[in-house]
Design a protein around this ligand. Structure first.
Ligand SMILES: Nc1nc2c(c(=O)[nH]1)N[C@H]1C(S)=C(S)[C@@H](COP(=O)(O)OP(=O)(O)OC[C@H]3O[C@@H](n4cnc5c(=O)[nH]c(N)nc54)[C@H](O)[C@@H]3O)O[C@H]1N2
Ligand SMILES: Nc1nc2c(c(=O)[nH]1)N[C@H]1C(S)=C(S)[C@@H](COP(=O)(O)OP(=O)(O)OC[C@H]3O[C@@H](n4cnc5c(=O)[nH]c(N)nc54)[C@H](O)[C@@H]3O)O[C@H]1N2
Ligand SMILES: [Mo]
Length: 792
């Protein structure tokens, strides 16, 4: 039995019903205010902003307890981002956006029964994600019949029987698709992939397909593993950190502490970004008096403001400067020992890079040669460099090649497996990396399949399944009969919203395991089930007592996590419970080697199975219970061993492609506002960029406005063009004159998905090019009001 010696759970407050309250003024864009963007991030204001709503919702006692347990070794894992915990947590190891996420999840606001009768699915079609989420937690299983426009309550056993019956009746297991978002923890993720594979399919798309897929595809050929090669402490020891295509102040706020550590030891920071993000300028650490009261820490020593999609050219240009400097002063620039001892492919790579044409680089990046010289010199001067990156690198046509180029550059100076150095992709969802480690992937490696077959005594399918883009395409073609989603909001997160919404309606049964309402619950298959799940802050108690779960952060650390709150209702269930109930219904007889009943009651049993199947998890239970955390092995980081086919690190040759913006068009990126977590909105504001109470804005350079005869504040329509297809359009956006790169505009995700053509995907990894969309901007007539932008 697992005994965690927990204190009494924090009792839930009485449920609050928002239904019937006049909230409408919160949901329109009519109040949009545009102010000057901020030039620093965090500061005391952020903590106030985080704590006040929390205290209001949860009461002072709960707020204090939650704040003190989140991201601590004895607490629960913050559900927001995948940023790592330091080895010695500060007293308050959370950030504004983590707190907003926890409050949003752990709110006592619940959807009451009358809501479902009052609101048809059709009536909710023009509601925003913000409105949907604000209705509160889903507290009981709900069912929508094929001929109905309403959800009605259903018992858990009837709901799960329906799923089981539908899955049993499929002509082929490949007619079922199991999507997951990185919200779910390791143990349920392991069970989900086991369930799908027991059924006989590898149709396991996940949010990674739209997120950091390019990272794995770009890193693995180079060093044999697709995960960060740094430890948390390496940030403190780095001479230089290059932050590429990332907005840490909003999306990984606690990373600013690590970057501050870099600066404290005298290290330098370079930011490569299309937008001058506030957190890349200054950071006011709210946990330091100097941060609260003073001007804060300067972050980027050099800001490289690059055109969308120019990063691969930049990386090649820096590499070329290294080779040129090495020619002038042999033996002083490249790490010849490292290259000779550990690498393959150096000569061919050098030859390829020496042919790089500077004018092509300048055209693709929009930079000057002097700016690139400065960056190259900083890299040469640094004995230990970390390159971090996120979606500003991964959601472009040449994303995989760009990441391969990051690896090439690091290898040139031996920046792998060295203190203070490494490749550090900064992952998104709090457990998205863990889900992949647990086998959530539409492809399955032969070693993983063999280990699963050995452990559970069935033949594991090895044919690749559908990723997220292919799954949505298969829905349109009528090939998907059952779509089950453990967390997430695929219909809103996927490119080409119009097609996504039409496609999912072709599915016979959609099943959403969720906490709060979102677009994928409103735009559904013919029949639809909504199954309410517990959140991470809530306790998970079985007949074996209080259970814990684990997650993996962006630097490969496994953390124990268990909630403190009493679940919001008696009718919400853990992800593990739901999967085991389904497993028992479907596989008790056919797959006697899978102990669903034991897994359901005792999560140690799941971890024992993981220990047998997943490398690096040997003795899982004992290790995580001893220190509450451990770091997974990473051969390049730990011992400069490279699990590539050759056993060596590989320089790779990447063709560059400058994705041109046609005459009169602009290149658009779609990104996150400060008050959202992906498709969840905490408010309609984005205060670092000066946007308040509205989201339908287009950030555009003043020259691009002028060239179109437009002015700041004008209403514009945004058209996206794709060969052979009619234009997609978002109407009624407000043009915001903004210091973005000329020719590059920006709008918020997920609304912008209406513009991303489904066919526009990254080479090799099939990720939608959410940050590289050719658009045409014209003066519009109709102002967007209400919950959703006007798309036709
Ligand atoms: N609070 C909060 N935290 C989150 C999330 C959230 O929504 N809210 N989402 C989580 C998830 S799933 C993820 S994946 C991460 C996302 O974390 P980020 O990657 O930081 O997310 P985005 O907001 O998409 O910002 C991308 C950045 O890339 C820049 N950029 C765009 N195109 C280019 C380019 O071509 N080159 C360069 N160099 N830069 C470019 C943009 O200007 C922007 O600053 O955050 C995670 N954490
Ligand atoms: N245009 C454009 N599109 C993008 C992106 C972009 O930058 N631009 N970013 C992409 C990226 S990086 C990602 S990761 C995807 C995100 O895609 P998803 O991961 O699919 O979307 P989320 O908005 O994170 O999912 C939120 C939903 O998960 C459910 N949920 C939350 N917590 C829990 C929980 O604890 N348990 C359960 N069972 N359910 C829970 C809630 O119902 C909530 O509404 O979007 C991608 N799409
Ligand atoms: Mo993500």
């Amino acid at each position: 039995m697992t005994d965690l010696h927990r204190p009494d759970p924090i009792n839930a407050l009485d449920p609050i019903h928002l239904f019937d309250k006049p909230l409408a003024e919160d949901f329109t864009d009519a109040d949009l205010e545009v102010k000057k963007p901020m030039d620093y991030a965090v500061g005391i204001e952020a903590v106030e902003k985080a704590m006040l709503p929390m205290a209001e919702h949860l009461g002072v006692e709960k707020t204090a307890k939650l704040s003190l347990t989140v991201n601590h070794k004895k607490g629960f894992d913050c559900p927001s981002c995948a940023w790592a915990n330091p080895d010695h947590s500060k007293t308050l190891e959370f950030c504004e956006n983590g707190i907003k996420n926890i409050v949003w999840d752990a709110t006592p606001v619940v959807i009451e029964d009358a809501f479902w009768a009052e609101n048809s699915l059709t009536s909710m079609l023009d509601k925003s994600e913000y409105w949907l989420g604000l209705q509160g937690r889903i507290t009981k299983p709900m069912y929508k019949a094929a001929d109905s426009d309403h959800y009605v309550p259903i018992s858990w056993s009837d709901a799960l029987d329906k799923v089981a019956e539908k899955l049993r009746g499929l002509d082929s297991p490949d007619e079922a698709v199991f999507y997951t978002s990185g919200r779910i923890m390791n143990e349920p993720a392991f069970l989900l992939q086991l369930f799908a594979r027991a059924l006989g399919t590898n149709n396991l798309p996940d949010c990674s397909n739209m997120c950091h897929e390019a990272t794995g595809s770009g890193m693995t050929p180079a060093i044999g593993i697709g995960k960060s090669s740094v430890h948390y402490d390496d940030f403190a020891w780095a001479d230089l950190v290059i932050v590429m295509g990332q907005n840490p102040g909003t999306n990984h706020p606690r990373m600013l502490n690590a970057l501050e550590d870099t600066k404290t030891r005298g290290g330098r920071i370079v930011a490569v970004n299309t937008l001058p993000e506030a957190s890349l300028k200054r950071y006011k650490n709210p946990q330091k008096v100097s941060g609260e009261l003073g001007t804060g820490e300067q972050m980027a020593d050099q800001f490289v403001q690059i055109k969308i999609g120019g990063d691969q050219h930049l990386l090649q240009a820096v590499a070329k400067r290294l080779f040129e400097a090495e020619e002038k002063a042999p033996g002083t620039v490249l790490d010849h020992d490292f290259i000779r001892t550990y690498c393959n492919g150096f000569d061919a790579y050098r030859e390829h890079i020496m042919a790089v044409d500077e004018s092509g680089v300048l055209a693709a990046t929009g930079l000057t040669s002097a700016e690139i010289d400065e960056l190259a010199q900083r890299y040469i001067d640094s004995n230990a460099t970390i390159i971090t990156w996120a979606l500003g690198i991964t959601q472009h046509k040449k994303a995989v090649a760009t990441i391969a180029e990051i690896m090439n550059l690091l290898l040139l100076r031996g920046n792998i497996g060295k203190k203070g150095a490494g490749a550090s992709p900064i992952r998104g969802h709090s457990n998205v990396q863990g889900d992949r480690t647990m086998g959530i992937w539409e492809k399955i490696s032969p070693a993983f399949a063999a280990a699963m077959s050995r452990q559970f005594a069935f033949e594991v399918p090895t044919e690749p399944g559908l990723d997220s883009v292919d799954a949505m395409n298969a829905m349109e073609d009528g090939k998907v009969k059952v779509f089950m989603s453990m967390a997430g909001n695929l219909i809103a997160a996927m490119s080409d919203s119009g097609r996504s919404e039409a496609g999912v309606r072709e599915v016979d049964l959609t099943i959403q395991v969720a906490t709060k309402l979102n677009r994928s619950h409103v735009v559904t298959g013919k029949e639809s089930l909504l199954l309410p799940a517990t959140v991470r802050a809530e306790r998970d108690v079985t007949s074996f007592g209080l259970q814990f779960l684990t997650s993996e952060d962006t630097v490969c650390r496994i953390n124990m996590s268990h909630g403190e709150l009493k679940p919001v209702s008696d009718d919400v269930r853990s992800d593990v419970w739901i999967l085991c109930e389904l497993g028992k219904r479907l596989f008790s007889e056919s797959h006697p080697g899978i102990p669903w009943a034991a897994f359901q009651e005792d999560y140690d049993a799941i971890r024992d199975a993981i220990a047998h199947v997943v490398p690096g998890f040997e003795d899982f239970n004992a290790r995580v219970k001893k220190d509450l955390t451990f770091v997974l092995p990473h051969p390049p980081r730990d011992s400069r061993t490279f699990p590539t086919p050759s056993g060596r690190a590989e320089f790779t040759i990447q063709d560059v492609e400058h994705v041109q913006t046609p005459e009169g068009r602009l290149m658009m990126q779609s990104m996150r506002a400060h008050d959202q977590h992906n498709t969840t909105m905490y408010s309609l504001s984005d205060r670092y960029r000066g946007i308040h109470k509205g989201r339908f804005v287009l950030f555009i350079h003043p020259d691009d406005l002028a060239a179109r005869g437009l002015a700041d504040g004008d209403t514009v329509d945004i058209f996206s063009e794709w060969p052979g297809e009619p234009d997609r359009v978002l109407r009624g956006y407000r043009a915001v004159s903004y210091p973005t790169v000329k020719g590059c505009v920006a709008a918020y995700f997920p609304e912008a998905n209406a513009l991303v053509p489904r066919g526009s995907v990254a080479d090799i990894c099939n990720t939608p090019t959410s940050k590289q969309i050719v658009v045409r901007v014209e003066k519009g007539e109709l102002a967007a009001t209400g919950g959703r932008p006007v798309t036709i």
